[in-house]
Design a binder for this molecule. Structure first.
Ligand code: IPT
Length: 962
């Protein structure tokens, strides 16, 4: 019980990591020692503050019959059991007065009555393990206090042997939302207290090891692995039947093995046999080192094609079940991702077993972030205050000890966004002493004094290029500068996948491929943290009435909250594909390059096809010679040639653990012959009637010159469009140094352009409509001329645009839009597809004939914004169920969108349910669009992808269908 003195701190507020617990040790999924899961329904009582210091609930006879229940593991706020989730990025949602926290400290008292199953062994000890509790816990068993702990995403164990009864036992756990540990856990995510990972009772038989450490290196020069298993607290033998190994623990055994890599996750089943316990192990042999300034595994440079993964599920928060963990990894593997940074805390320990098994390189990051101190110019930062060092060391130890036996973990990370300080150096020193066989990472200290890698987040392409040349800005201290300049470089975060985007991935990848030092990076981030919400679909910051919050900045993943891949993930898959297939000198010939780091291409089949307007005219298999990593060859399809599109796909030749035979790993295309422009539509003469002008199949309003009908089809509001609902990347982050165009566009009024009609001229062979498009309060404008012509049932439109005034910003888009009746909801197009693409997110757009309902053309970004454009479109059709409708052909390839609401409505929506289908399908045919970039956290659109306001002319030919 805490005292009443004004400044006395409670157990949860003192800086210590906890008391009464056991020293950390390895986590392993199973052994022959029995375990009892205590997951399930627990009795639960919520108090909105920590004022109720009554601990009587922990006494054995306590009557909790009036309590509700919660599911453990879980977060009480997501089970309607009290409080609410709250989202902040950097700022602490409570006064910064470390280590004190508010009295309004949501508290969850948990009670579990359990009877151990019959037949459990007598003797030995029992251990109670918590795999994750946010933010702290105090624990009692049968009325006896075991101790308390902080360190939310780390394992904590108590010895309970003497207390555990054969009959009913009562486990009581008090959890507070806030503790001194909260100051160390300021990660950019929802604050979600609770017992959110498993609770387990583990038998520790006499003669079982206290811990063990598997060392399994690989020497690429002689192909031998060396296995040595340190076993603490017991005699042990290590058995690897497949290798014929049976050796005493502690003794190194060297013999030929197949190495483990993320590409070839070769694991050997092994067993650690001690007098009290037999522990099944899966051993992967690999050696990681920095050599010649690059990270090498087994003697080879590797390229990290990574993602940052937070643990997230839209219904259960950071309680992520085993199926979901595997699903995440399977999705990563299917999208060519080979690395995970466990941002910003160690994941559920079982996740790392899956990484070993499926093959991912892992940066395991400590549960540490003190970002909120940045706003105080880092005053009082715990990582630079020795009183906190025991807590920091405790976290480092708990991570390393828990996760040290995984082949997949090649790099330890001290944490994220903590500034600099002595506490970090202390952690680094401890980790180096304990595990010198892995590399050390921390991004926040540019001096790199404690680490093995130079790591940055969100640098521009230009800066990465300089770093690649080892020509970056010098660091003050010459010795540290020289050391850093010799280091490998990674981006622990880049390409902010918030909303539509990220743009610019291809350009980064080229730098990784050009500069040996640039060893890839980790896209921010894997999944949107949108919480399932009855009214909003998916909720983000502010939706729970938080006082301070950071809105939808929590939705910045490559997966939507329900784990549907976003276009960003599809793009990333294409950009990082481990085989490059590009057009060679002649039609039907391709250059194939092996982009894997370790393997040849023997596991892939290559298939080619030749299509004309989306119809396959020939196809077959392609023979690709054996290619070592990095090697290329030119190969050709057996084909007669001719015009059209050749596609080569590299597909899995056999089933794997993560995708079936036939799964497409990489592809490339070549187009032969220029895209054919439509036949001209000219010759007919406009005819004036009562209030209308008729030209071929077109009927126009005589006053405005706008078309009202094309044949039988009603057309509404056809006019120049240059607005788009700004994306998160358009809007940019508040701290961005460069101009944020989304903000500028709105300031300039580009969302409220007025269309002045200057002339409607029915000429001899054309209807010409002269207009000026401009916003109120500005002298900026676009002189826009529409020239309509016709031949037969075809209607031609040429739009000329001349900017007036001093345009200093790129345009969001430049094209036309119009409305069709809602029934015309079926789209078919020849061009890039099947998914969305923009100028700097178009690598994955495959040229072909595609078909989708208008509803399926939409990309459901959690905060609605511009989406759904299809690139490089030659023609597009919109039809109703009977097949009648409209066809539009571009004079040049164009960008195509169709949606059931206008851009203005899209712009106004805050959540997906705000978008309601109207009585029109709004079609956009754009001559050009602005790129996407990554300015919601990183650099903006590269100059070559900006849509500068300049004179432009573009044309379409429309014809009725059916
Ligand atoms: C960076 C953080 O490390 C990460 O947790 C996340 O917040 C990301 O940004 C943005 O989504 S820090 C940022 C100030 C560069």
């Amino acid at each position: 019980m805490s005292s009443t003195a004004a400044d006395a701190v409670s157990w949860y507020e003192d800086m210590s990591p906890g008391s009464g617990g056991l020293a950390p040790r390895s986590w392993y999924p199973a052994s022959d020692a029995p375990r009892v899961s205590l997951n399930g329904e627990w009795a639960f009582r919520f108090s909105p503050d920590a004022g109720a210091r009554d601990e009587s609930f922990a006494r054995p006879g306590f009557d909790a019959s009036g309590w509700r229940t919660v599911e453990v593991p879980g977060h009480w706020a997501l089970q309607g059991a009290g409080g609410a989730p709250a989202y902040t990025n950097v700022v602490y949602p409570f006064p910064v007065d470390p280590p004190r926290v508010p009295s309004e400290n949501p508290t969850g008292d948990h009670l579990l009555r359990f009877t151990p199953p019959a037949g459990l062994p007598e003797g030995g000890d029992w251990v109670l393990r918590f795999d994750g509790v946010e933010s702290c816990a105090r624990v009692w068993l049968n009325g006896q206090e075991l101790g308390d702990f902080k360190g939310s995403r780390l394992a904590h164990e108590f010895a309970v042997g003497g207390l555990l009864g054969a009959g009913e036992n009562v486990l009581a756990v008090r959890v507070h939302a806030w503790s001194s540990g909260s100051y160390l856990e300021d990660q950019d995510q929802w604050w979600l207290p609770g017992i959110f990972r498993d609770v387990t009772l583990l038998h520790r038989p006499r003669g079982a090891p206290r811990d063990f450490f598997v060392h399994a290196g690989y020497d690429h020069r002689d192909g031998c692995g060396t296995l040595r298993v340190e076993c603490e607290g017991a005699e042990g033998r290590i058995l690897v039947p497949e290798l014929g190994v049976d050796a005493p623990a502690g003794e190194p055994v060297t013999l030929p093995v197949e190495p483990w890599t993320a590409e070839t996750p070769r694991l050997y089943d092994a067993e650690l046999v001690t007098p009290g316990e037999r522990i099944a192990l899966r051993v992967g042999f690999r050696t990681v080192a920095v050599e010649d300034g690059v990270i090498k595994v087994n003697g080879r440079r590797l390229l990290l094609r990574g993602v940052n993964r937070h643990e997230f599920h839209p219904e259960t928060g950071r309680t992520v079940d085993a199926r979901t963990m595997r699903h995440d990894l399977v999705l990563m593997k299917r999208h060519n991702i080979n690395a995970v940074r466990t941002s910003h805390y160690p994941p559920h320990p079982a996740f790392l077993d899956l990484c070993d098994e499926l093959g991912l390189w892992v940066i395991d990051e400590c549960d540490l972030e003190t970002h909120g101190f940045v706003d105080l110019e880092w005053r009082g930062n715990p990582v630079d205050d020795e009183r906190w060092t025991p807590a920091l060391l405790d976290r480092a130890e708990r991570m390393v000890e828990r996760d040290k036996n995984h082949a997949s973990v090649i790099i330890w990370s001290l944490g994220n966004e903590c500034g600099t300080g002595r506490g970090l150096s202390a952690m680094a020193g401890w980790i180096r002493g304990r595990d010198p066989e892995r590399l050390l990472h921390y991004e926040g200290d540019l001096s790199c004094q404690d680490v093995d890698l130079y790591s940055r987040m969100y640098p521009t392409h230009a800066e990465v290029e300089l770093i690649g040349q080892r020509a970056e800005e010098p660091w003050g201290d010459p010795e540290l500068d020289a050391r850093r300049r010799a280091m490998p470089f990674i981006m622990c975060e880049y390409a902010h996948a918030m909303g539509n985007g990220p743009g610019g991935l291809s350009e980064y990848q080229r730098l990784f491929e050009r500069y040996e030092r640039c060893q890839g990076g980790f896209v921010w981030e894997w999944i949107d943290h949108g919480l399932a919400h009855p009214e909003h679909g998916f909720a983000y910051g502010g939706d729970f009435g938080e006082e301070l919050h950071d809105g939808n900045f929590v939705c910045d993943g490559l997966l939507f909250p329900d784990r549907t891949p976003s276009p960003g993930l599809v793009e990333y898959k294409k950009v990082i594909e481990p085989v490059r297939i590009g057009p060679a000198s002649r039609p039907g010939a391709f250059t194939v390059t092996n982009g894997y780091d370790f393997t040849d291409l023997g596991h892939l089949d290559f298939l080619w096809s030749h299509e004309v307007e989306g119809v396959i005219v020939a196809s077959g298999a392609l023979k690709v010679p054996e290619l070592a990593p990095g090697a290329s060859a030119e190969v050709a399809a057996e084909t007669a040639g001719g015009e059209g599109v050749w596609t080569v796909r590299a597909v899995l030749a056999e089933d794997t653990a993560w995708a079936g035979r036939g799964h497409v790993v990489a592809w490339g295309q070549a187009e032969s012959g220029a895209p054919r422009p439509p036949a001209p539509a000219a010759g007919a003469r406009p005819v004036r009637g009562a209030g209308v002008i008729t030209l071929g199949p077109g009927v126009f309003d005589a006053a405005t010159g706008a078309p009202v009908r094309l044949g039988d089809l009603a057309v509404e509001g056809l006019r120049l469009d240059m607005w788009r609902a700004p994306t998160d990347n358009d809007n940019g982050a508040a701290w961005q140094p460069d101009e944020r165009y989304g903000v500028r566009w709105r300031e300039l009024g580009l969302h409220r352009m007025r269309h002045r009609v200057d002339a409607v001229e029915a000429g001899r062979d054309a209807l010409t409509v002269r207009t000026r498009v401009a916003p109120a309060g500005s002298d900026l404008g676009l002189r826009t001329t529409y020239r309509w012509t016709s031949a037969g049932d075809r209607l031609g439109l040429t739009v000329s645009v001349v900017p007036e005034g001093d345009w200093r910003v790129p345009l969001p888009r430049l094209g036309i839009r119009f409305g069709l009746p809602a029934a015309f909801g079926r789209a078919r197009w020849f061009g890039g597809g099947p998914g969305e693409a923009y100028p700097d997110t178009r690598a994955a757009a495959m040229l072909g004939l595609w078909e989708r309902d208008v509803d399926a053309l939409q990309t459901p970004y959690v905060r609605p914004q511009e989406n759904g454009a299809r690139a490089d479109v030659r023609w597009a059709e919109l039809t109703d169920d009977s097949g009648s409708g409209l066809r539009a052909e571009g004079g040049t390839p164009f960008w195509f969108t169709a949606r059931r609401w206008t851009n203005e409505r899209l712009d106004a929506a805050e959540h997906l349910p705000d978008l309601v289908a109207g009585d029109r399908v709004w079609v956009g045919l754009d001559h050009a669009v602005q790129g996407i970039g990554s300015q919601s956290c990183g650099p903006g659109v590269l100059p070559e992808h900006r849509l500068h306001a300049a004179p432009a002319e573009f044309s379409f030919v429309f014809s009725p269908l059916g």
